[in-house]
Write a protein that binds this ligand. Structure first.
Ligand SMILES: Nc1ncnc2c1ncn2[C@@H]1O[C@H](COP(=O)(O)OP(=O)(O)OP(=O)(O)O)[C@@H](O)[C@H]1O
Ligand SMILES: Cc1cn([C@H]2C[C@H](O)[C@@H](COP(=O)(O)O)O2)c(=O)[nH]c1=O
Length: 211
């Protein structure tokens, strides 16, 4: 595998998607082709699974079903899109990957880290990002952003109680502390332009020979 695999992680409303859209034009001068993608989704069937998981009407989906649906979508995405792109030497930037399952299902839904790690490994054959940018923001700030700016696209997980979102953030902080070699924490409570600029600095420093 010759490519570079980067994931973006953080609580809902941290700004990952906004940052990714903003940095893409700025990193087009990288020597390698860039593939930007997301989870759940990224390929046709995984996008269909995304619709099922995130539809607020699907209240029958319990925590274990949710975990397995995310894992199934991840497997499809990895096999069809991520691995071929990495094999071709590209830079893959994914909006959410394995750590989302640990934070949301492991910590948020309280299924436990062990079972989620096991299923992540099963689904991905142990694939891990080379670098994970963790966008950290206070839960109340993040929820306010979602309610104020994205009210038209609120999904099943956005609707969870603030208590669950607090557990997710706490989970992320523990995940980052456990693997400092893979994570860089970005202060996502700053104005968006500063978050974008910090993200670009991290990428340009880490991959200076790729620009
Ligand atoms: N640093 C910021 N300051 C203020 N508002 C922000 C900031 N970053 C993002 N936003 C706004 O917050 C909302 C959520 O941002 P965005 O969708 O990029 O977050 P996200 O991390 O991708 O969330 P999700 O995982 O829920 O999709 C958007 O309306 C966006 O404009
Ligand atoms: C991959 C993954 C995602 N989630 C959650 C996190 C978000 O609430 C939604 C995805 O929506 P986004 O707007 O694309 O961020 O799904 C999760 O709980 N577990 C996962 O593995």
């Amino acid at each position: 595998m010759n490519g570079i695999f980067i994931s973006l992680e953080g609580p809902d409303g941290a700004g990952k998607t906004s940052v990714l859209q903003a940095i893409l034009p700025e990193i087009q001068n990288m020597k390698r082709e860039i593939v930007a993608t997301r989870e759940p989704g990224g390929v046709r069937v995984a996008e269909e699974i995304r619709q099922v998981i995130l539809n607020p009407k699907n209240t029958e989906i319990d925590s274990k079903t949710e975990l397995m649906l995310f894992a199934a979508a991840r497997r499809l995405h990895m096999q069809e899109k991520i691995l071929p792109a990495l094999a071709a030497g590209k830079v893959v930037i994914v909006d959410r990957f394995i750590d989302s399952s640990v934070a949301y299902q492991g910590y948020g839904r309280e299924l436990g880290v062990e079972v989620v790690d096991w299923l992540n490994n099963f689904a991905t054959d142990g694939l891990k990002p080379d670098l994970t940018l963790y966008f950290d923001v206070d839960t109340d700030v993040a929820l306010e952003r979602i309610m104020n700016n994205r009210a038209d696209e609120i999904n099943r997980l956005d609707l969870e109680r603030a208590e669950m979102h607090r557990k997710v953030r706490q989970g992320y902080l523990e995940i980052v502390a456990k693997s400092p070699e893979r994570f860089v924490k970005i202060d996502a409570s700053q104005p968006l332009n500063q978050v974008i600029s910090d993200t670009l600095s991290v990428l340009k420093n880490r991959f200076s020979n790729e620009f």
